[in-house]
Design a protein around this ligand. Structure first.
Ligand SMILES: *Cc1c(COP(=O)(O)O)cnc(C)c1O
Length: 393
């Protein structure tokens, strides 16, 4: 697609200038606020007819994500969930889906409460356990769904091995690449069929828009997904498409900086006596780290850590100053969240705790603040939480 062999940092910013821009030389893509397009011939229509089916601004974004993920066809949706739900519409009644048990909460909700209404079955499985996957594959299994590293404990799935298993059983693989982005991980290169993104997170990067993206390598599969995108209609609007294109331009430098800071923060937390456990693929003992290094080029900007209990987590959140306390991740500002009542609130307590999501667990998405300021802030909040938890201390 790019005959100059440019590195990803370069590709994030530049694009093939289309005919329209050649006329004005505009550096940025125009926002084509037009729902419909005049057809100059009675018999032959131009490249665009109606903006649900295609819009020049959205098309630049869709070509961009296809190029970055090294696929052939990209699709922009109104949210990550719109992209994920639309991809599942590739299935039919009677099909079965195999899903990682620590899948994103919204995907969990869609699979368990919506897909079931259409007679599509599912099984949750520990994707780090290849035997368990093999055992769970049925004759009607059509999709194996992965997320790696997963949320919030950053568990690692061996992408190539799962792809091999799925190909041997004639099913497709979907992978939610939100945490890594194409800057760090290219699942299509490892044989995955559909890559999905909540572009609300790192790709846009500024906690301002909701957006979803999907990419396929196989052209025929891409045609089918394009048909669904146009039929279901959950497309990304043009202003948000423009904003996402702008966000993607700085993805490389943002993710590099945030990941470097996340590594330093993980090291710091790992040495803190009040922190019971730290989950970050960049820590030498993190389970699956070797697999992650084989399939990705960085460890990412999200980490989780465990304090003794709910009271300790509460005291920590009440005393920390810099990160916002909120759901979501992948932004310029650091975002601290509490999975028990936020992302995993819908999950029964035993299910949650079995997945390591105890009442003391906090998740941090590291932003672009100076890492020394962040560590100093975490340090004072930990000290206060520790004093409240252990008054003698
Ligand atoms: C946020 C998120 C989603 C859902 O995306 P929305 O843009 O909120 O619809 C899906 N997967 C992961 C891993 C996410 O973090």
């Amino acid at each position: 697609m790019n005959q100059y062999n440019d590195q990803i940092e370069t590709k994030l910013i530049h694009r093939q200038i289309s005919d329209g821009e050649l006329k004005t030389g505009a550096v940025n893509v125009p926002i084509y606020l037009s729902s419909t397009f005049h057809q100059s011939s009675f018999d032959e229509f131009g490249p665009f007819d109606y903006s649900r089916s295609g819009n020049p601004t959205r098309q630049v974004l869709e070509q961009k994500i296809a190029e970055l993920e090294r696929g052939t066809k990209g699709f922009a949706f109104s949210s990550g969930m719109a992209a994920i739900s639309s991809a599942f519409m590739l299935l039919s009644t009677g099909d079965h889906v195999l899903i990682t048990e620590d899948v994103y909460g919204g995907t969990y909700r869609f699979i368990t409460n919506i897909l079931t209404k259409f007679g599509i079955e599912h099984t949750f499985v520990d994707m780090t356990d290849l035997n368990a996957i093999e055992q769970a594959i049925r004759p009607n299994t059509k999709v194996i769904y992965m997320e790696t590293p997963s949320n919030p404990c950053l568990r690692i799935t061996d992408i190539e091995t799962v792809v091999k298993l799925s190909k041997a059983n004639n099913c497709l693989t979907f992978l939610d690449n939100t945490f890594m982005t194409p800057f760090f991980q290219n699942p299509l290169e490892l044989g995955v069929d559909v890559v999905l993104h909540s572009a609300t997170k790192f790709l846009s990067g500024h906690s301002d828009i909701l957006a979803g993206l999907a990419v396929t390598k196989d052209e025929e599969l891409g045609e089918r997904l394009g048909y669904i995108q146009n039929s279901f209609g959950a497309i990304l609007g043009v202003q948000d498409s423009y904003q996402l294109i702008q966000g993607i331009k700085t993805l490389g430098i943002r993710l590099k900086q945030s990941s470097d800071s996340a590594q330093l923060i993980a090291n710091y937390l790992n040495n803190h006596p009040f922190v019971e456990e730290v989950f970050y693929p960049g820590l030498p003992f993190h389970p699956g780290r070797d697999i992650h290094q084989k399939q990705a080029r960085g460890f990412g900007a999200v980490l989780s850590f465990r304090l003794p209990n709910r009271e300790a987590a509460k005291a920590f959140v009440e005393h920390v100053r810099i990160p916002v306390f909120a759901v979501s991740l992948g932004a310029v500002e650091s975002i601290l969240s509490y999975p028990t009542t936020m992302s995993h609130a819908a999950m029964p307590k035993e299910e949650r705790e079995r997945r390591g999501i105890t009442d003391g667990l906090l998740r941090l998405s590291v932003g672009l603040e100076h890492v020394d300021d962040l560590i100093r802030d975490l340090d004072q909040a930990l000290q206060k939480a520790r004093r409240i938890h252990t008054p003698a201390f």
